[in-house]
Design a protein around this ligand. Structure first.
Ligand code: ZN
Length: 123
């Protein structure tokens, strides 16, 4: 399911978009996302920020999402940043690259950022 295809006038795609909006307002989604927000309190894009929302990296498994595969926890800033890049095809290449970083476990990100910082300190 790709609700971001709604920019193209097409009955089928608009219908899928309605399905998505209905789902996002449902108790099923509210409970699921609440659980993840309590478990993952750090932003997956910028780990130094607190998480604010559960973001769909793909809409393929709507209703049976898995954390880190379909959805990820993001700060308000990171979420707006990612969706500011929205195009007719979601996720686009740039968003796919960002999602790849988001999927990496936090401790690996910390190690990566630590070595990156060391490199800049030496310069
Ligand atoms: Zn989102």
């Amino acid at each position: 399911m790709k609700p971001y295809l709604k920019t193209i006038p097409n009955y089928k795609k608009v219908y899928l978009d309605m399905d998505y909006r209905k789902y996002i307002k449902s108790n099923k989604w509210r409970n699921k996302s609440k659980g993840w927000r309590q478990k993952y309190k750090r932003c997956a894009l910028f780990p130094w920020l607190k998480s604010h929302t559960i973001h769909h990296m793909t809409y393929k498994n709507l209703g049976k999402e898995k954390y880190r595969i379909d959805v990820i926890s993001l700060s308000f800033f990171a979420h707006s940043f990612i969706h500011s890049m929205d195009t007719a095809d979601y996720p686009n290449l740039l968003q796919k690259i960002i999602h790849l970083w988001c999927r990496i476990p936090l401790f690996i990100k910390i190690i990566f950022l630590f070595f990156l910082l060391q490199y800049f300190v030496r310069m």
